[in-house]
Design a protein around this ligand. Sequence first.
Ligand code: NAP
Length: 299
Amino acid sequence: MAKYDLRGKVGIVTGANAGIGKRVALGMAQAGATVVMACRSAERGEAARQEVIAHSGNKDVHLLQVDLSSQASIRAAVAEFEGRFARLDVLINNAANFDQRLKAPVLTAEGIETVFATNHLGPFLLTNLLLPRLKASAPARVINVASKGLITYPRLSIEFDNLNGQRKFSMQHAYYHSKLAQVMFTYDLAERLAGSGVTANIIRVPVVRLDEGRYDHVPGWMQAMYRLKMRLAAIAPEQMAETYLYLAAAPEAAALTGQYIDENRQPVKSSGPSYDRAVWTRLWDVSARLTGLEETVTA
Ligand SMILES: NC(=O)c1ccc[n+]([C@@H]2O[C@H](COP(=O)([O-])OP(=O)(O)OC[C@H]3O[C@@H](n4cnc5c(N)ncnc54)[C@H](OP(=O)(O)O)[C@@H]3O)[C@@H](O)[C@H]2O)c1
């Protein structure tokens, strides 16, 4: 008997072909949900979908191909989703780019630095485009994902003059900056959605073991560093998935909104600058402009 009951519910998990996202898709399938695995690679996504079906016995598991660094791909995926599924109860923005090989900003086809595009603007656009479906299916839940490593950036705020890494760039900085943007987006979204029946929370993920082969492409010294980090500090993706599933499905989490939640399902504080409402608003407006949503975003 599954721990949660998601029968009759439809859930999207981005980055569902590996790591935490794959375990979350499995947990949702075991709970009886219609699961939509939103994956960048159709091939990796299909292999993971077959695995989830085999392990859960739930055949109501689907693949939605989407590259979150591309706004055109997100818009196409949402149109496809809306054609195939009548409701949306849970949206989990789990996918992220943390490609340590990036040494300089790489711009997407839409002219945006890839890490910010994938980790912040992608979930921002996907969520906003899906809001009408979420609201129509309320009660519904949006779950975003940040990183415990943000603790090492206590004074960081949104660098509006450096969104494309034009002033300075390191992969690590770009990654944490994009995750901070997700924290602020989530707090703001939760307030904008007050009274709509749609909640928004964000998870603070600590070091979690990556699947075998996930870091084969990085240089040898980096692989050694990863292996050490994984051995010393990492929790299993299955364990991390439990927090995602709690936020997605637990009845006692239904009213929770605007919270930053750790791997023990406890609300935690984020950095001081992350609570600056003026920055939330400016970030929302800039994100809406960069994704071509300024006319339509009402949240
Ligand atoms: N693992 C950790 O130690 C750790 C720590 C803090 C936070 N987190 C966060 O936890 C979440 C899950 O990470 P994980 O540990 O499960 O890592 P993972 O196994 O590497 O999974 C990342 C997922 O994101 C997908 N993805 C990356 N870029 C994408 C894009 N442009 N479009 C669509 N999908 C894309 C990947 O797909 P591909 O197979 O196509 O690459 C993969 O499915 C991420 O948000 C990450 O930032 C992880």
